[in-house]
Design a protein around this ligand. Sequence first.
Ligand SMILES: [Zn+2]
Length: 446
Amino acid sequence: MSSDLIIGNGLVATLGEENRLIESGSVLVRDGRIEAVGKEEEIKALSPRAEYLDARGGLIMPGFINAHHHLYSTFAKGLSPHDPPPYSFVEILERMWWPLDQALGEEDIYYSGLVPLIDCVKKGATTIIDHHESQNYQLGSLDQLARAAREIGVRSSFCLGVSDRYGKGEEGIEENIRFIKGVQASPAGEREMVTGMFGLHAAFTVNDETLKRAVDAAGELGVGFHFHAAEAASDQEANLEKYGLRVLERLEKLGALGPKSLAIHCVHINEREMDILKATGTAAVHNPESNMNNAVGVAPILKMMERGVEVGLGTDAMTSNMLKEVQLANILQHLAEEDPRVAFCESCQILLENNPRIASRLFGVEVGVLKPGAAGDVIVVDYRPPTPINEDNFLGHFLFGVCESPVDTTVINGKVLLSKKELVGIDEPRIAARSRELAAEFLKRF
Ligand SMILES: [Zn+2]
């Protein structure tokens, strides 16, 4: 019995270095990996009895990667503190996000995970790098998210944001160590689906002693950090006042930066800090929609990229839709620079080239590309080009056409999770109903 899967009858965009467009193309997935990519007839001949998914002339491409997500934010839907609404970024944290994460218990975390993971499937986001917070339920919290990720089938990295804001930094360190050790002891195939990083909330809520302990622990485990950096000006002010150092200067001094680490946001960094990112090989992750929503400013991604800093793209839980996020990345820079010529290539690059590189390092399998040996993460987007398309103008079609088109099919690790826009084997109404029940109880504690 063949367990092969062919996604065919579409326009294949391989992305990656080859970056080929194949008309009447097909992709063969075997045992969770891409086996072959090519013309329909050639691929069919390789595996005549394979299960066949018909793209019906749509665009077949690699699934998207979200380099910064917060699954735990689910219960924020419909929740907004009033009287008066929070004004500053710190107020948004203190009155919205911190009370929210404090009120989460075990089952809340699990369902908070399931709901946006389903959304990832619907939006073609096949890999996420998540950052978790639940101050009153830290130990074991990452297992609940990992359980949700395995159940839905989205490739996921988890970490817990260590913070001293309520004196629970040590416990946070313990949870990261416990989870990462569990991941490292799991079989390679499982590690490619669920992995871990070492989380820190942000420099302004982690004291030096905790940071040093976390750096030692992450070093022993051989993992990188995932932390918010200079999201608002207040992060810089707090670090300068308390430690006499800017955010990335302090994190560098204490050893938290490096090629395995992700510095999220980097809105308020100066040129010296950009040089620190470049010198340490630390990637920065841009989250334009969140930055706009919180009115914290515009991250200098063009300056960072000019300097050779690797910049990725995340959503900071504003959405699971990377097609929306990449459009916002482009137009935000147009507005900020007052120049419609900038950022077109860079916006596409952070999603389609840099995110795959970041995630491939983390998961130990190549993602974000259709080529033999890469992960079997394939989507079909309902896009049928209305004008001629080729390798040279693909990004124009992508940003202004593909981004406006619905995802039709999502395959992760060779498993079909969405077909003809219908979820496969996922009971969304039941999960949403249980989430509402839990959220009603959660609201009483919030
Ligand atoms: Zn975030």
